[in-house]
Design a protein around this ligand. Structure first.
Ligand SMILES: Cc1cc2nc3c(=O)[nH]c(=O)nc-3n(C[C@H](O)[C@H](O)[C@H](O)COP(=O)(O)O)c2cc1C
Length: 190
């Protein structure tokens, strides 16, 4: 069981990073092989809508996203972690998601499995936002669920914490990190 974590925050050691770490520790505690990629460290060019993927079934842009595609193909479980920025995921996360247009083309144009094989995959979303708004996570959830659907990943739930703003504030939230650890365990055992 391989678990891939994609960290979307620009803030190293910030709130979503702390939560993602706990999810991955929980998964590892149940024997999973875990790997976290920090998107902010990568060079991922935004999708250019060149449509080359519609013929080739792959993206022609040779940047760090090529490594992310390979990791997505290998993973049995995917954990996306991004804070809310302007009511959506971070630009780092969104650039990665938009580049999955190549996987969309693979599936819907070329009628191939988007991730190269059709084993069962599940995905979890982790997010925090500074405000306490009723619809705070709705735009991000719509985007993440769309990605999961396109790349044949079953949505396995989300850990969502509003009202978390200062760096590290999540550690003071009663039982948030514990919830994250347990969600990591559940993700690999269910
Ligand atoms: C550019 C930017 C935009 C933000 N937009 C929102 C927003 O729309 N709604 C919100 O509740 N918080 C917003 N925030 C606050 C972050 O979601 C919050 O500080 C969060 O705890 C950061 O998580 P991190 O430590 O994982 O990066 C924004 C922060 C930044 C830097």
């Amino acid at each position: 069981m391989k678990v891939l974590g994609l960290a979307g925050s620009p803030r190293w050691g910030g709130n979503t990073d702390l939560l993602l770490d706990e999810v991955m520790k929980g998964a590892a505690s149940r024997g999973a092989e875990v790997k976290t990629i920090i998107l902010n460290d990568l060079k991922i060019t935004p999708c250019q809508h060149c449509d080359a993927c519609r013929k080739a079934g792959r993206c022609r842009i040779e940047d760090d996203m090529q490594m992310v595609y390979r990791e997505l193909e290998r993973a049995d479980r995917l954990v996306l972690a991004s804070p809310v920025q302007f009511m959506g995921p971070t630009a780092q996360m969104k650039a990665m998601i938009d580049r999955c247009q190549a996987l969309w083309a693979r599936k819907y144009v070329l009628k191939m499995p988007p991730l190269g094989n059709s084993r069962e995959r599940k995905g979890l979303f982790v997010s925090v936002g500074g405000l306490k708004l009723a619809n705070l996570f709705e735009p991000s959830l719509a985007i993440v669920k769309t990605l999961f659907k396109v790349i044949d990943i079953t949505y396995a739930g989300a850990l969502l914490f509003p009202g978390i703003d200062e760096k590290g504030a999540i550690a003071k939230h009663p039982d948030a990190l514990r919830q994250a650890f347990l969600a990591g365990q559940k993700l690999v055992t269910d």
